[in-house]
Design a protein around this ligand. Structure first.
Ligand code: SF4
Length: 491
């Protein structure tokens, strides 16, 4: 293994300089909607057919003739309904759309949306996932294992798979199943971390369920996203800020990603009655803006704010903030103030967005490490950044103690940012357009191995999308006996 020399500073550890030629400006005018693949992969959502959640409905969640929590006029629902919610047709249609927009489609992140997927009949779950792989492979397989194996070398490779679930539908057996699916990321509907609020909104689970699900998922190697909903009945601005701070200071939570959907009153939700009886008033635009600026500043550097605001068709929105592009307003406002330097969340620092804005970029990259405790283990967050803290790539390494002596190392995420490239392309050695496929992932992985050895681990495992297995094989990893993780033994 290549030797990496470490240099330690007072704040953390700043490691070796990475010898990588990267662009200093970017033009992506050849793409339609370039932001779709700006973070390195093509996200492809498959919507499930309508099904009610087992516990009933949360107070704010519309129960209409559509997948639970969506409206019949939501664009994703209209598309899926027109294809009879068939996973194969949905995947094929989206692939065609990406190709029509000239986006690379070699690396796909599959997202299963609508309702609580893990509460559907188990056979339906296996069948749906298999069909998605079949559609990527362009071939019908015998079973899920066969479909996954074919996808390892297929043209459209599933490099990440995301499942959305409730904190109380995330047991060890649920996790075993989603590992079999090839999932790498789980989004938990958390909304708030307060049992009184949960009871008011009929969530049907407790804060303890959030804590337990987070711990199980992290130990299994998943990247975890929380959905958060400020402005719920029973909350207020002060309480929302307090809960947000708790999520990142209490080691039982600490998600890798968040989505922030301020509470709105939607047609078909029970909250509608409370609103009309005067028992609930949603936050106005200025309140939400103020809160978002605060949240942006409070989010640690290891967390990505994936999305702010839900896309709700106007005709279904009874009260609440309507501006879908509020994030842009808030970020533009912040960029004009000194607060900008205090914003460390991942998306705000990503190279893809920096290139798109046309700013000049310093191309000297170093690896930086931040360690923190989370859910009883040690997280080592490795980033490739330049002197302006622009982010080119990241790796999440987790060290868990197994029994008295054994330590386990798990790579929960390896991601090189910048516009997506097809497999085998590197955009040219000195390309002014692309960061991917230039060896940055390998550099970060080698560094993670050194950290794992330093932390007394004898093996390193990686939760890998099926479509990334070939990449890890080339770097000396192999599929474990259960055919779930890629692994490498150090001794
Ligand atoms: S768990 Fe999610 S989908 Fe189910 S009712 Fe609650 S918000 Fe809606």
């Amino acid at each position: 293994m290549k030797k990496i020399t470490n240099k330690t500073n007072k704040k953390g550890t700043i490691q070796k300089r990475v010898n990588l030629k990267v662009p200093t400006t970017q033009k992506m005018s050849y793409l339609r909607k370039p932001v779709k693949t700006i973070s390195g992969v093509a996200p492809l959502a498959v919507m499930l057919p309508p099904r009610k959640c087992d516990h009933g409905a949360c107070l704010y969640c519309p129960s209409l003739n559509a997948p639970q929590s969506y409206t019949p006029k939501s664009p994703a629902v209209l598309r899926a309904a027109s294809l009879d919610y068939d996973p194969v047709r949905q995947v094929k249609t989206r692939l065609k759309m990406f190709e029509g927009m000239r986006h690379p489609t070699d690396k796909i992140e599959l997202i299963i949306m609508g309702g609580t997927f893990l509460q559907y009949d188990s056979k339906f779950q296996y069948d749906s996932i298999k069909k998605c792989y079949d559609a990527f492979n362009g071939k019908k397989s015998k079973n899920l294992e066969d479909a996954k194996r074919m996808n390892e070398t297929a043209k459209h490779r599933c490099v990440a798979l995301c499942i959305e679930t409730r904190p109380d539908k995330c047991s060890d057996s649920d996790i075993k199943r989603i590992l079999e699916f090839g999932a790498t990321r789980v989004e938990l509907g958390v909304q708030a971390v307060d049992d009184e609020i949960y009871s008011k909104i009929n969530r049907g689970h407790s804060v303890k369920d959030v804590v337990d699900a987070t711990s199980r998922l992290k130990k299994a190697g998943f990247k975890i996203g929380y959905h958060l909903m400020p402005g719920l009945p029973g909350s207020n601005v002060k309480k929302d800020i307090k809960m947000f701070k708790k999520i990142f200071s209490d080691e039982r939570f600490k998600p890798d990603q968040i989505k922030i959907y301020p509470c709105q009153v939607l047609k078909g939700a029970k909250l509608e009655d409370l609103y009309y009886s005067g028992g609930y008033v949603p936050y106005d635009k200025e309140t939400v803006k103020g809160l978002l600026i605060k949240f942006l500043r409070l989010t640690p550097r290891y967390c990505r704010i994936m999305r702010i605001m839900r896309e709700i068709p106007q005709s279904f929105l009874i009260a609440g903030v309507v501006n879908i592009d509020l994030r842009k307003d808030v970020e533009d406002e912040v960029r004009l103030t000194r607060a900008m330097k205090k914003i460390k969340e991942i998306r705000f620092r990503e190279i893809g967005f920096a290139l798109q804005s046309g700013i000049k970029i310093d191309n000297k990259i170093k690896l930086k490490m931040t360690s923190y405790k989370a859910s009883g283990g040690k997280e080592i967050f490795i980033e490739a950044v330049n002197k302006d803290d622009i982010l080119f790539g990241l790796l999440r390494l987790r060290i868990d103690k197994d029994g008295k002596k054994e330590f386990n190392a798990m790579v929960r995420e390896l991601h090189v940012y910048g516009p997506a490239l097809n497999l085998g392309e590197n955009g040219g050695v000195n390309s002014m357009n692309h960061i991917q496929h230039k060896g940055l992932g390998k550099e970060m992985l080698q560094f993670a191995e050194q950290m794992a050895i330093k932390n007394k681990c004898k093996t390193m495992r990686i939760i890998s999308g099926v479509g990334v297995r070939e990449y890890y094989k080339k770097l000396g990893f192999s599929l474990d006996n259960e055919k779930i993780y890629m692994e490498r033994h150090f001794i």
